[in-house]
Design a protein around this ligand. Structure first.
Ligand code: HSE
Length: 309
């Protein structure tokens, strides 16, 4: 059996206004999987050696639907073995499930001699997201595979665009010890929104995309507002508005909920500001008796990759 170790990074989905259609790649945090393939054989196994608690049942692991989608499209017998070696804590809001799905399909594609394009791999990997939230969205698996900032222009047909990340661009993320399931965070959202809200939202999405394309960090910051989702989800995060005021006072360009939460992220144009921001975030939750993990680093242009063959 041929084997490879693959790293896939953590990601932040939505970026405020881009619910289900935008995401970016974090540097320095992610999953490592060892992937093995044996052509002309059958079977799929997923072992968890990460030390992080994951469902033992193969059918309950996000990697399974992602790999099944790839294998169905490949349409030749292949045995696949996956060992999850390092794992972002599930439920963190920084693309834990996406990192595993992305690494798994990336590894199998490499070992099979790259029969599929990176965009096609995104379509396979997003089947893992459907297992958790009921909807196959690509705003985490897209950046986890492709790197940088990703816009999903459309799902039917699937149309994904990768945008460059400005060099002077840093993230601060806090993962408080609160449990918010993606399913629950999606259930609170309205099915329909008023036109006035929609107008505000598409103005901001346009501004965000223009900001990345023009490498204009100030425009990115001004556009990262969410008129649709944040008002419903911020109730899951204690004193969210107060946190936002403190984070913006430290020089953040913007702050919002990372994916479906409970993590919160902010963007900054220098690393010192990102470090100040994570300190403020940690204190915010500590003052309320809630522990947290924080991450600060550069927004990355690099997606899934081989770390050892
Ligand atoms: N776009 C998704 C959501 C990301 O906000 O529900 C979470 O997986």
């Amino acid at each position: 059996m041929k084997r490879m170790k693959i790293f896939a990074p953590g990601t932040v989905a939505n970026l405020g206004c881009g619910f289900d259609v935008m995401g970016l790649t974090l540097d320095g945090v992610g999953d490592v999987l060892e992937v093995g393939v044996e052509p002309d054989a059958e079977g799929l196994s997923v072992r968890n050696e990460s030390g992080v608690s994951l469902p033992a049942d193969l059918e309950a692991n996000v990697v399974t639907p992602a790999l099944r989608a790839l294998l169905a499209a490949y349409a030749r017998p292949v045995r696949v073995e996956v060992a999850i070696l390092r794992k972002i804590v599930p439920g963190s809001g920084i693309g834990s499930s996406a990192a595993s799905s992305a690494a798994a399909v990336y590894g199998v594609n490499e070992l099979l001699g790259r029969p599929f394009s990176p965009e096609r791999l995104v379509e396979f990997a997003m089947q893992g997201e459907a297992l958790l939230g009921g909807v196959a969205h690509a705003d985490n698996v897209g950046p986890a595979l492709l790197g940088g900032v990703v816009l999903i222009r459309g799902y039917e047909p699937f149309d994904i665009v990768r945008l460059p990340v400005p060099d002077n661009f840093f993230y601060a993320v806090v993962h408080p010890d609160i449990v918010v399931s993606t399913k629950e965070a999606r259930a609170v959202l309205p099915r329909e929104i008023p036109l006035t809200q929609a107008v505000r939202q598409w103005g901001n999405v346009g501004g965000l995309v223009a900001g990345f394309a023009l490498r204009d960090v100030s425009l990115i910051g001004r556009s990262m507002h969410d008129a649709v989702v944040e008002p419903y989800r911020k109730g899951f995060i204690p004193d969210y508005d107060q946190l936002k005021d403190s984070v913006l006072a430290q020089g953040a360009l913007a702050m919002n909920i990372a994916g479906s939460g409970p993590s919160v992220f902010a963007l900054a144009s220098d690393y010192a500001a990102a470090e100040r921001i994570v300190a403020v975030m940690k204190r915010h939750f500590a003052d309320r008796g809630i522990g947290s993990r924080t991450y600060a680093g550069r927004v990355s242009n690099a997606g899934a990759r081989v770390v050892e063959s």
